[in-house]
Design a protein around this ligand. Structure first.
Ligand SMILES: C[S@@+](CC[C@H](N)C(=O)[O-])C[C@H]1O[C@@H](n2cnc3c(N)ncnc32)[C@H](O)[C@@H]1O
Length: 231
């Protein structure tokens, strides 16, 4: 793995004006290395309560994040995305949202093990990730062996990963990664979520991007993984 994003030496750098503008929301938005400084302290010092800790990678416009944290007030929810302008628009929306059991990180999904301690997380959500369809770009896909190794570390025993994608190629890629990875049990895998698992919680909500794909008649591919880590 040559991608520096996974290493200690990685440094976030930004001249994007929205990076500074995010300062406005410092009560619940944490950027880059500032977020990494809170590793291991999310429940105790940031949320100031013990609760199941959930992370969504690639929150986009935040539809799932807002709906899930509102319907599940008993969880501490962290949304994460790396796009600046999108992060700013979402932070603005979140700042007036009645639910307060969430925090937002302008950060990279590849950095989960710098953001969370061993066994700190209960659940991870990863919906409609950028598929990077061209062969020469596929190394940019977040879901790969190195990511699953880190996810295994930061999730508790029995911790779960929930995934949805529109993209057949990325779904097949994920299946291959999972088949070569023994640390998770795949308890649900489908190439047509709503036809095959209409009762599953993943079929009960629709993200912003999902709406677009459903309108185009695309079948939603989905997975639920459970960590085999022992207490
Ligand atoms: C196609 S959008 C889906 C957004 C949302 N999950 C939905 O379903 O509506 C993918 C999102 O993932 C974010 N993203 C892509 N790669 C990422 C990474 N490595 N770390 C954090 N966010 C990432 C993008 O900025 C974008 O907002």
């Amino acid at each position: 793995m040559t991608d520096l994003t996974y290493s200690e030496e990685f440094k976030y750098t930004s001249t994007n004006p929205y990076h500074d503008k995010l300062e406005e929301f410092k009560g619940f938005v944490y950027r880059d290395h500032e977020a990494e400084g809170l590793k291991g302290k999310w429940n105790s010092e940031v949320f100031e309560r013990e609760a199941p800790l959930c992370l969504e990678i690639g929150t986009g416009y935040g539809h799932f994040m807002m709906e899930y944290s509102e319907k599940n007030p008993e969880v501490n929810f962290i949304g994460l995305d790396y796009r600046f302008k999108r992060s700013f628009s979402l932070a603005k929306k979140l700042s007036t949202h009645p639910t307060k059991n969430f925090k937002y990180l302008r950060a990279k999904g590849e950095r989960v093990h710098f953001l969370f301690n061993e066994s700190e997380l209960d659940r991870m959500f990863y919906f409609f990730p950028d598929p990077w369809p061209k062969a020469r770009h596929q190394k940019k896909r977040l879901f790969q062996a190195a990511f699953l190794d880190q996810a295994y570390k930061v999730l508790k025993p029995g911790g779960k990963i929930f995934i949805k994608t529109d993209h057949d190629g990325y779904a097949d890629w994920m299946i291959e990664v999972m088949d070569n990875h023994e640390q998770f049990e795949v308890v649900m895998a489908t190439k047509d979520l709503r036809a095959e698992h209409p009762e599953h919680f993943l079929a009960a909500f629709t993200t912003k991007f999902e709406k677009i794909f459903l309108k185009q008649g695309i079948k939603i591919k989905a997975f639920e993984l459970v960590s085999k880590k022992k207490d």
